[in-house]
Design a protein around this ligand. Structure first.
Ligand code: NDP
Length: 336
């Protein structure tokens, strides 16, 4: 039976991961009444070390052990991507709420199965698309909704970075773990654009560099159902490009710089006939913001910042980009 009321939420971490270490453990502990109750790692020694380093009382090596722990009310799943579906579905069946990392799954069938399992179990499902939690993106969305740029027509995303050495591993080596820039970064772009535009991508064209079995860069265009064309540049191997996102409309343009990042930084400018101004933004920790919305959803108030359906739709867009790059064809984004 899933927890819906009460003051505490015990988390089971699925995966002794970098993202949990760098951001999510602190973000969980920043929520009133939340605790990290247990960890699941495939490796006994590494799991025990990770648990000790982070002050986590229990370290398990089997999913069944974590599922049976009564102190665990919710799973935070940050394993490599091919594992998300089975772990999320098992959590739902045991009545645990699920916050799953992106991409929600490796394919739409698995993503749909996660959403269906959580819905039928009555547990909360969130996808940890962090960027829509950023104050910069929230300010941009408010301005788009208020009509400050008129009718949105075009968008450009700059999300080409140098992948740090400690994150290279499966991302650049293992297609069967969901490596490659599209499932890692483009899926975030798609989610952020969906959030900013209140629109759904319907079609993709894309090219990737020719070399290598796993793409380390992509140039793509997504067409949205409100007519917006969005251009995306994502890469793992360019250290000095900088990140940003722009929305260009009939009356104005929004220009976000250094905003496609985990850190609460960046600047948004609004340009219109009245001139150019910096948009006032109060930065906050994006992961803590995501956790706060998830906590409210568990208490029956609203939905996670990015729901399971959001994870599924953003995955569908990323898969269309991959398919378009593979075939060289305009590719429809599959219905979810
Ligand atoms: P990591 O490579 O750090 O961790 C993934 C898995 O790799 C862990 O579950 C762990 O397995 C295993 N692992 C960790 N260290 C080792 C090691 N030394 N040797 C062998 N295996 C190891 O991945 P990330 O934290 O970068 O990414 C995890 C997930 O989070 C992915 O789905 C990714 O897409 C997502 N992500 C999301 C971000 C966001 O901002 N929303 C940012 C970064 C990642 P085990 O549990 O068996 O120990």
């Amino acid at each position: 039976m899933a927890k819906t009321v009460g003051k505490t939420l015990g988390w089971g971490l699925v995966g002794a991961s970098t993202i949990a270490h760098e951001w999510m453990i602190d973000a969980i502990r920043a929520q009133p009444g939340n605790s990290v109750a247990a960890l699941l790692s495939s490796n006994t020694e590494r799991g025990a070390e990770y648990a000790a380093a982070h002050g986590i009382a229990q370290s398990y090596t089997t999913l069944d052990a974590l599922l049976s722990d009564p102190a665990v009310d919710a799973f935070y799943i940050s394993t490599t991507n091919e594992l998300h579906a089975a772990q999320a579905i098992a959590a739902a069946a045991a009545g645990k709420h699920v916050l799953c990392e992106k991409p929600l799954a490796m394919n739409l069938a698995d993503g749909r199965a996660i959403v269906a399992a959580c819905r039928s179990a009555g547990v909360v499902l969130g996808t940890n698309h962090h960027l829509r939690n950023a104050a910069t993106h929230q300010a941009m969305r408010d301005l788009v909704r208020s009509g400050a740029i008129g009718t949105p027509l075009f968008a450009r995303v700059f999300h080409a970075v140098q992948l740090p050495a400690h994150l290279q591993g499966w991302r650049v080596q293992k297609a069967d773990a969901g490596g490659g820039v599209v499932l890692d970064i483009t899926v975030h772009d798609a989610d952020t654009l969906r959030f900013l535009l209140d629109a759904e991508p319907v079609e993709a064209i894309a090219m990737t560099p020719a070399a290598g079995p796993l793409e380390d860069g992509v140039m793509a265009v997504l067409r949205f159902d409100n007519g917006v064309l969005a251009q995306l540049h994502d890469a793992f191997n360019v250290p000095h490009a900088g990140t940003g996102i722009e929305i260009h409309g009939s009356l104005g343009s929004l220009v976000g710089r250094d905003v496609m990042t985990q850190r609460p930084v960046g600047e948004v400018r609004l340009r219109s006939a009245e001139g150019e101004r910096v948009v006032a933004v109060e930065p906050h920790n994006v992961y803590a913001h995501s956790l706060a919305a998830f906590n409210r959803a568990v208490q029956g108030q609203g939905a996670p910042a990015a729901t399971g359906e959001d994870g599924l739709r953003s995955l569908a867009a990323a898969l269309a980009v991959l398919e378009a790059a593979r075939t060289g064809q305009r590719t429809p984004v599959a219905a979810v």
